[in-house]
Design a protein around this ligand. Structure first.
Ligand code: UD1
Length: 378
């Protein structure tokens, strides 16, 4: 048994990173020779966007908080890079682990690769083939900087193969976020969050919207509201509002339009367990998030994705997801079809079994021991 200590610097920055990192830290804590460090870049900083996830998911306090905050893509990415380089200089880790596709993911992968620190990317290989999404750029470049690419589904392996990534770097391990979902499913069920909002199980829809392509353009945002109207005549929709969308509603003067839709109920962004509880009891979820497409598939709840494409095709081919775009007619038609009971039954994609975190850590512990590694880096 190899007992050489392994120092692993793990990175989180934004809300979708937290449920992906929690199971990895849990699995690392069970391997005595792994010395994990946690870096929070501070890309997200509001209580509802960050702290509540640490509390809900029992994530340990970060060892380093970079406090980068918001800004343009270049500003945010650059600030993360400058601060993260200092952490790596100080820590001299054996590996950096990044998850997902936010700006912090790419920034830290780039810094590590330039310092010749091996990079592991969890949730590798996803492609929407839409370069207008900042996340598509982040995930593609991160994959090409990474030494260990952990994919959630076979389509990821296929995309990476097509891009010329050597297959020995790619490990199909399943979806790490589903580890978190399974772990907190009971707590979420017990919470019965719908009641706190005066909603009955299966008597409401849940909406999230924050993609720049949807909320930064007043015409598109407005079209989506048009598409919701016929749904709102049949059942209330609860809409936890992301800070970006909250700002755009104010800037575009959409408050009165929304106020005229009394069954569209806005609330603050929610913590993990509350939101999971609301998802599992929803009749229908409408979203432009990536992770929610996967969580609804894992829960067997119908999901309408308000985007023109998805980087998570397994949720459509195997799961409960339908990509409907943002045309009001299409949103209306698909929602009515679902509400009439014509919902995809859905099945769980392979390896979305709640055991992805340990699989990833097992691969890392097995590979990160070769003596030539120290030679490579010297
Ligand atoms: C980021 C990610 C996106 C992810 C989303 C989840 C990138 C490119 N995008 O988008 O992939 O799906 O997080 O939330 O990394 N703000 C606050 N409080 C916060 C954070 C942000 O008020 O805690 C406001 C700021 O005004 C900021 C805006 O929201 O300018 C957008 O935040 P930003 O981190 O730039 O991108 P997101 O839209 O959150």
């Amino acid at each position: 048994m190899d007992l050489t200590p392994l120092k692993i610097v793990n990175v989180v920055g934004g809300r979708p990173n937290f449920p992906k990192m929690a199971p990895l830290l849990d699995a690392m804590a069970k391997v005595p020779r792994i010395q994990p460090r946690l870096v929070h870049t501070g890309q997200h900083y509001d209580y509802e966007m960050s702290r509540v996830f640490f509390e809900d998911l029992a994530i340990p306090e970060p060892d380093f908080f970079l406090g980068v905050g918001s800004g343009s893509h270049a500003q945010q990415t650059a600030r993360v890079m400058v601060e993260f380089e200092k952490v790596l200089d100080r820590e001299q880790p054996d590996l950096v682990v990044v998850v997902g596709d936010v700006n912090s993911t790419l920034a830290c992968a780039l810094v590590a690769a330039k310092l010749l620190v091996p990079v592991a990317h969890v949730e590798a290989g996803l492609r929407s083939f839409d370069r207008s999404m900042p996340e598509e750029i982040n995930r593609t470049l991160t994959d090409h900087l990474s030494d260990y690419l952990f994919t959630p589904s076979k389509d990821g392996d296929e995309n990476l193969r097509r891009e010329g990534i050597p297959p020995e770097r790619v490990h199909l391990v399943g979806n790490v976020m589903i580890d978190t979902l399974r772990r907190y499913e009971e707590a979420a069920r017990a919470k019965r969050a719908a009641a706190a909002y005066g909603l009955a199980p299966r008597g409401y829809a849940l909406l999230t919207l924050h993609r720049p392509s949807n909320v930064d353009n007043p015409a598109v945002f407005s079209r989506i509201l048009d598409g919701l109207e016929p749904i709102l005549q049949r059942l209330p929709i609860l809409f936890p509002v992301h800070p970006r969308s909250r700002q755009r509603i104010a800037t575009f003067g959409l408050e009165s339009r929304i106020a005229a839709l009394p069954t569209l109920r806005l609330c603050e962004p929610l913590g993990y367990i509350t939101f999971l509880s609301l998802m599992m009891d929803a009749r229908l979820v409408l979203t432009d998030s990536g992770g929610i497409q996967e969580e609804t598939t894992a829960l067997g709840v119908p999901c309408l994705t308000l985007r023109e494409n998805t980087e998570r095709p397994a949720t459509v081919t195997l799961g409960t997801n339908t990509v409907v775009g943002t045309s009001p007619d299409r949103i209306r038609a698909e929602a009515i079809r679902l509400l009439a009971g014509d919902a995809p039954a859905g099945s769980l994609p392979p390896l979305w079994d709640g055991r992805t975190g340990p699989r990833i850590v097992e691969v890392l512990a097995r590979h990160l021991h070769s003596p030539e590694r120290s030679v490579e880096r010297s």
